[in-house]
Design a protein around this ligand. Sequence first.
Ligand SMILES: *[C@@H]1O[C@H](CO)[C@@H](O)[C@H](O)[C@H]1NC(C)=O
Ligand SMILES: *[C@@H]1O[C@H](CO)[C@@H](O)[C@H](O)[C@H]1NC(C)=O
Ligand SMILES: *[C@@H]1O[C@H](CO)[C@@H](O)[C@H](O)[C@H]1NC(C)=O
Length: 372
Amino acid sequence: MRTSAFSVLALCAAASAAPADSFAKRTKWSMATRSSSSATSCTFNSAASASASASSCSTVVLDNIAVPAGETLDLEDLQDGTKVIFSGETTFGYKEWDGPLIRISGSNIAVSGTSNHTINGGGERWWDGEGSNGGKTKPKFFYAHGLDDSTITGLNVKNTPIQAFSVQSDNIVLSHLNIDNSDGDDKGGHNTDAFDVGESNGVTIRNAVVKNQDDCLAVNSGTNIIFTGGTCSGGHGLSIGSIGGRDDNTVKNVTISHSTVTKSQNGIRIKAKSGETGSVSGVTFTNIQLSGITDYGVVIQQDYDGDDGSPTTGIPITDLTVQRVAGTVEDDATPIYIMCGDGSCSNWTWSGVSVTGGKNDECKNAPSAVSC
Ligand SMILES: *[C@@H]1O[C@H](CO)[C@@H](O)[C@H](O)[C@H]1NC(C)=O
Ligand SMILES: *[C@@H]1O[C@H](CO)[C@@H](O)[C@H](O)[C@H]1NC(C)=O
Ligand SMILES: *[C@@H]1O[C@H](CO)[C@@H](O)[C@H](O)[C@H]1NC(C)=O
């Protein structure tokens, strides 16, 4: 069966809150070729029409959309199985606000982009060197919250105002994402985390290429998480945490592997907040190559955000594996820094760790497996 152009238009127009004529003018519709009447391919040229009507479409093409200042390109509660495709350049107006600039939710959703699309956050308009610590209020970039059993593939993201992807979903795969905030190195980009993962079960991040000014990955809470094949530069490294002081303070079963971290403050790290409670168990770092690290090669600490050198025991770090983590740090950096409370780090496996250069290692209450 072929759905006629008329019935597609009628279906989508009926679902729209926008006036029918401006809606029709700004929105091109292509005909469905699949048998179900809900198998409708829609191409949107405005954020308002996309937000109003995307849930009536099985394929959503976001074509050169200029999102107005202070608004979210909001695709929530999409139909099961919807494909969302970014095409051309997606841009955002300037306003000081919290964002997010983009939000997508639903089940079995496949988000991708055409081969030469760009999603340009225009972050340089907000950057002031202060990130989330002050100055201008900066919008978060992309909320993948409640985007379950879904994929985000091959997006080209440039210049996010502050944090890029916030992931709060079950069974989601983010692959081949390219996040280029390198302009922020000179122009005051700060707290531009690439992936912040929390309250999630089953997250895989594969083959990300990240140039930024904060964590390449930060796992604040969650279970069954994989980060592999990543290329991280300019930022703060591959991190678990910070943990503590949130609703969920449990991190369990995370594997970070086959990745490089270059020109960054840290290589790999676990930051457990001083004086807080929670737990970190079953974390593995394996096959990580470091270079040009300026602060710490490997840093595992239970004194984060507290008095340096006074770790607390409320967030035990157990069943940790660090293997084949190798490379170099700069002259002023510390290759290995382990700051554990009395008895709160246990059952660690440590092998093939070779981080050279810099100052002496610094360790307190490190399990005996650690060479320090
Ligand atoms: C790349 O983008 C331009 C401008 O948006 C477009 O005209 C062109 O067809 C695109 N090329 C490919 C290969 O998608
Ligand atoms: C750890 O997480 C991975 C990825 O989701 C999963 O395949 C594996 O079964 C988990 N291991 C345990 C012990 O739960
Ligand atoms: C120690 O850690 C390993 C691997 O992380 C895990 O399989 C094992 O169950 C742990 N042993 C204890 C006694 O907790």
